[in-house]
Design a protein around this ligand. Structure first.
Ligand code: NOJ
Length: 569
């Protein structure tokens, strides 16, 4: 997700030196020893999340068209071990099983995404609408509602129809706005009588930066310093158009809400007494969350982005800024197009000022003039970029409150991964992560931040983009070696369940009890999982060994018969 190369060992060492030098800098403020016991407001919504490409599998089944991720993952060298989402968790075939897991957790909502090419194979409505794909989502939505689970539906979790990429260049082309609007309109028409929470885009920062700057994600383009800004520009416009479509055509009948899900790490100044570091940290957040949130809530890009990218573009001899601009009409069309804000948050960085001369060439990363650092003492159980820094969450939520007029917030992603090799279901570190991050969210609510719901990321272990299956974010472990993709609960299932049923953390005594009980139950799940190779082995016996032995027997009998016949003659 984040660029690991920016976190050089040297930076880490510098940070340690800084911290020991600045003794009065209380960076652990709000962190250790300040757990807040209390409960969430009544009606607070608890959920888990997933996304289509990461879990569904069935990449070419029942008339589904190809997405940019199908094509990207089938090219060698794009994903770790060349893994693909072709079958992933086989979620397409396991709707009932997965809803049983949601029920087990006693959740209020489930966040999932619709695969655009599954319901519109080329991405273009006039070409073809795939009724089998529509039926799949219809059934999923109906089953959720029958089980009293509210669907929160993302329209775009990165799987653009490949035809739109090939024909128009994907998010580098203005026409995406109109195709996306047609697709969203079809979703409102077919599902909107039952779906009341719509998210237009998931984490557009990743789409822009990883899809069009670094090329680590599909469509794998490296249009440094311009591609990401252009992609973001069209995504923001597409979001606004879809919001207006809903507002004009569907809102009065369907009475739902349309939001966007933005991801953002918190950026903390390395030295809080240095004005330069304070400004650098602010820039970090503005180039991340603010890039999308400021136009949507306040009508234009953050001033600091306009200044920095404009200045660097001029120094690079360009006549206009690499950051596109909105006309005044567009600004007012975009401003206020968010009924609720989805926040995806995982981690924090320390930020310090660092100048990158314009001669380095155009790049999103150098446009910001900053360096990211981490504290080596922060726990990092899984993904390289994901350090557990709970206090950053409260700060980010408060930042959203003050910058964007205290909008209604749903936390749409928050969670932690573990390493691939880890088949340990007693996920202590995940329980700890959830406990502390959820507690910081509770503190933020006490600060007055308008958070209405929380979505743990994610229900299942699944395809983790360019990291393949090597990073497991699930509350449920998925055995990918077994073609039935069985799910096993990790201890965090029990722990999260307790938080949900108590609507928070009523008392220290209880919360400690939850931890002990969760650890007790996970050891029996561990035994089940340990028995799994046996199941796979048994499958191999029935699928490969038995037919082979039978064929050999038939062959031998035939040879023996021939031999007997010859002798007889
Ligand atoms: C954000 C993405 O939206 C999601 O798909 C991914 O699994 C998480 N980050 C973790 O990397």
């Amino acid at each position: 997700m984040l660029q690991p190369h920016v976190l050089s060992v040297c930076h880490v060492l510098v940070l340690v030196l800084c911290l020991s030098a600045a003794e009065d800098f209380d960076w652990t403020k709000n962190h250790r020893g300040s757990f807040y016991y209390g409960t969430f407001p009544t009606g607070f919504s608890w959920g888990v999340g997933s996304s289509a490409y990461q879990t569904e599998g069935a990449w070419d089944k029942d008339g589904k068209g190809m997405s940019i991720w199908d094509v990207f993952t089938h090219k060698k060298g794009k994903v770790i071990y060349n893994e693909t989402g072709d079958s992933s968790c086989e979620g397409y075939y396991k709707v009932k099983d997965d809803i049983a897991l949601l029920k087990e957790l006693k959740l209020n909502h489930y966040r999932f995404s619709i695969s655009w090419p599954r319901i519109m194979p080329t991405g273009i409505k006039s070409d073809h609408v795939n009724e089998k794909g529509i039926k799949y989502y219809d059934d999923l939505i109906n089953l959720l509602l029958e089980n009293k689970i509210t669907p929160i539906v993302t329209l775009y979790h990165w799987d653009l129809p490949q035809v739109l990429q090939e024909r128009y260049g994907g998010w580098q082309n203005l026409s995406m706005i109109y195709y996306f609007n047609d697709y969203a309109n079809l979703c409102f028409e077919r599902f909107g009588n039952r779906v009341k929470y719509w998210i237009t885009f998931n984490n557009p920062w990743s789409i822009a930066v990883e899809g069009y700057e670094t090329g680590e994600h599909a469509p794998g383009m490296k249009l440094r310093g311009s591609g990401p800004y252009k992609a973001a520009h069209y995504i923001i416009k597409a979001h606004a158009k879809v919001w207006h479509t809903y507002d004009n055509q569907w809102r009065s009948k369907q009475k739902g809400m349309v939001g966007i899900s933005l991801n953002g790490d918190w950026g903390e100044p390395v030295d809080i007494t240095s004005q330069k570091d304070i400004e650098a940290a602010e820039r970090y957040i503005q180039f991340y969350l603010g890039w999308f949130a400021t136009p949507i809530f306040n009508g234009d890009y953050p001033q600091v982005m306009k200044d920095y990218i404009g200045r660097k573009s001029a120094q690079q001899g360009l006549g206009t800024s690499r950051l596109p601009s909105f006309s005044s009409q567009e600004k007012s069309y975009i401003k206020g197009t968010c009924d609720f804000l989805g926040i995806g948050h995982f981690t924090t960085r320390y930020i310090t000022q660092k100048n990158f001369p314009a001669s380095h060439g155009p790049s999103y990363f150098t446009d910001r003039d900053l360096a990211e650092l981490v504290d080596p003492r922060w726990p990092d159980p899984g993904s390289e970029w994901l350090y557990s820094v709970p206090w950053g969450f409260r700060r980010l939520l408060n930042f959203v409150k003050t910058q964007y007029g205290n909008p209604m917030i749903y936390v749409t992603e928050n969670g932690v991964s573990e390493k691939m090799t880890c088949t340990e279901l007693c996920d202590d570190w995940r329980m700890q992560y959830f406990k502390e991050y959820i507690n910081e969210m509770l503190k933020a609510i006490k600060d007055g931040v308008n958070v209405k719901g929380y979505t743990a990321w994610s229900l299942l272990d699944k395809f983790e983009w360019d990291e393949g299956y090597s990073e497991r974010f699930g509350l449920y472990y998925v055995d990918f070696r077994n073609k039935n993709k069985p799910r096993y609960p990790k201890a965090s299932v029990q722990y999260y369940k307790r938080i949900i049923s108590s609507n928070g953390f009523p008392s220290q005594k209880e919360a400690e009890n939850w931890h002990r009980k969760a650890i007790e139950t996970c050891s029996s799940s561990n035994q089940l999982l340990a028995a799994d190779p046996l199941t796979s082995h048994m499958e191999m016996v029935t699928e490969i060994v038995v037919p082979t032995v039978c064929t050999l027997c038939i062959l031998l009998s035939a040879i023996f018969l021939m031999f007997l016949l010859r002798r007889h003659n």
